[in-house]
Design a protein around this ligand. Structure first.
Ligand code: HEM
Length: 517
């Protein structure tokens, strides 16, 4: 219903409807008849009959207890019977694709009046299109699947394939050649790591941690070894279908026997004629429950080899229950004497360690980008909540202890973002092997820094939201989810402490022999 067709009421008229059976309330200049709804109100009927609420302006009380989205749900929207004469709503519904005006809710480069050396007008145009896509196509699916734990629907995957978002999630490279990227907003040859970072960030803004993984993270980490080390025939056989959203890939490295200690893996591949015969198990395999291919780390006679194993006889997957939603498709995978052609070998036999280690950089960098976006959302939620929540008669922001928490939350996310952008800039200037040589250490250190910052921010936000941060619905729902799942960033793609250590060990390797105090 357009607002001009709505009936106008005066405050005096509204005030007459103030008792059980006949209750109106006003929220942000909109008049609601809640007489019948009162008995169905999840917060109870009597709160609506309170003297300070019935027939009165309940805006402040409402926003202290509900998210704005409650009023936008069709079943509640229709409770509105009119507007207050001469007044206008102040709290507008979100416009898909729009930037937030809350300070620090957007990175500097997207904040009005600020500048950045890294981003061009094309990045800005791209960001607008990507945000609109994720808010309209992915967000509703994200909310649904987080709750029901089902994998992302083929319909959404198809839309991501049509726009080539699936291909863009693998970063710049020859796999983009000849493709129309998001309706042509960016040319394949212009596409760089900042464009990719934008996709990761926008994905994370609309998704829980589990949905970030459920939305084909397995492909992002499992397909690059095929792109970079697969034979042209294998490439043709696998890559087009995966980028078209018809087939799914998972990276199968970690085992119950070994995680960060890649050298301790026990899955074994033995040569038999022109096949490998693979036996072993893999654990915590993201997207494994629905993957068609597994990029698998195997022990072979001469060391460690990476082999692409198609789902088929001898391959079994079962879901592992984790602290986050099963939309991620986390699996325990069993390979029981699985025969795979030798031509499915990725890289040289025995040289699998370098295939896996170089692949880790991109994965870790992706986790950094999605984590920063989630932390920024937590800062935005906390700033909004602390401003609208009234305690002891004043907003939460009037408490110095709350402002101090907000200060450190903002500092962390800005520090993370700035370091992340510097590293992304280096990636744009370097080829794959330069990145492997020069950025493995810095990305390890960065990821540790970001995942620690994320967990501290989750703690601070939980204190700001109080009990609301402990419930999966309502005001604190994002905080609850982030608090429960921020630890995933500290484990997946390399445990936090191991990565910090890797960064220092890489630096020590590069210490000049003649360095003395
Ligand atoms: C059109 C008006 C209203 C609608 C559609 C509405 C709807 C809802 C819904 C859907 C919930 C469940 C929690 C959630 O999803 O966020 C809820 C909870 C609640 N509502 Fe309302 N409500 C309205 C007005 C009010 C008003 C004016 C008050 C005044 C005090 C109120 C007090 C509460 C309380 C105390 C809760 C429980 C909150 C909690 O568990 O933290 N509601 N309401």
């Amino acid at each position: 219903m357009a607002s001009k067709t709505l009936k106008e009421y005066t405050w005096e008229e509204v005030a007459k409807h103030n008792k059980e059976g006949d209750v109106w309330i006003v929220i942000d200049a909109k008049v609601f008849d809640v007489s019948k709804f009162a008995n169905m109100h999840p917060g109870g009927s009597n709160v609506l009959y309170a003297e300070s609420v019935a027939g009165k302006d309940a805006t402040q009380a409402f926003f202290g207890l509900h998210r704005h989205e409650v009023l936008l749900r069709p079943q509640y929207k229709r409770l509105q019977i009119g507007v207050i004469h001469g007044e206008e709503e102040q709290i507008k519904p979100p416009v898909p694709g729009a930037l937030s005006k809350v300070p620090y809710a957007e990175p500097t480069w997207l904040s009005q009046g600020y500048f950045s050396p890294y981003y061009s007008d094309n990045h800005r145009k791209f960001q607008t299109a990507v945000r609109e896509f994720f808010e309209t196509v992915v967000k509703p699916e994200s909310v649904r699947t987080e709750e029901n734990g089902k994998r992302i629907s083929q319909e959404v995957v198809d839309k991501m394939a049509e726009t080539n978002i699936i291909a863009m999630r693998l970063g710049p490279g020859k796999h983009l050649k000849g493709r129309t990227l998001l309706g042509g907003v960016v040319k394949p040859e212009e596409f760089d790591y900042f464009h990719e970072a934008i996709i990761n960030s926008e994905l994370s803004r609309v998704s829980s941690r589990a949905v970030v993984d459920g939305l084909l993270a397995g492909m992002v980490i499992g397909l690059p070894p095929v792109l970079n080390y697969g034979s042209p025939e294998l490439y043709e056989q696998v890559v087009p279908d995966v980028l078209a959203g018809k087939k799914y890939v998972a990276l199968a490295i970690s085992e119950a026997f070994a995680g960060s200690d890649v050298g301790g893996l026990q899955t074994t591949a033995v040569r038999d004629g022109d096949s490998w015969v693979v036996t072993g198990t893999k654990k915590w395999i993201t997207n494994g429950t629905f993957a068609d291919y597994f990029t698998t780390g195997c022990r072979t006679e001469t060391g460690f080899t990476v082999i692409l194993i198609p789902r088929g006889p001898g391959v079994e997957t079962k879901q592992i229950k984790t602290a986050y939603s099963s939309v991620a498709g986390t699996a325990y995978v069993t390979f029981d004497k699985v025969r795979v052609p030798l031509t499915n070998t990725l890289g040289k036999v025995g040289a699998g360690m370098s295939v896996i280690l170089s692949n880790f950089n991109h994965e870790r960098w992706m986790v950094c980008g999605t984590s920063i976006a989630a932390q920024r959302l937590v800062v935005e939620e906390s700033l909004k909540w602390a401003t609208q929540r009234i305690v002891f008669g004043k907003p939460l922001t009037s408490q110095a202890v709350i402002r101090a928490k907000l200060a450190t939350m903002i500092q962390r996310v800005e520090a993370c973002q700035n370091w992340f952008e510097n590293i992304t800039y280096q990636m744009n200037q370097m080829n794959y092997s330069q990145q492997s040589d020069k950025l493995a250490g810095p990305i390890g250190l960065l990821k540790q820094f970001i995942s620690k910052a994320g967990r501290e921010t989750a703690e601070d936000a939980t204190q700001i939201f109080g009990g609301r941060a402990l419930t999966v619905t309502g005001m604190g729902k994002f905080i609850e989810n982030y608090h429960r799942t921020s630890g995933f960033d500290a484990i997946l793609a390399g445990a936090e402490d191991v990565l910090g250590d890797l960064g220092v060990r890489q630096a020590l390797k590069k210490m000049p022999k003649d360095a003395r105090l």
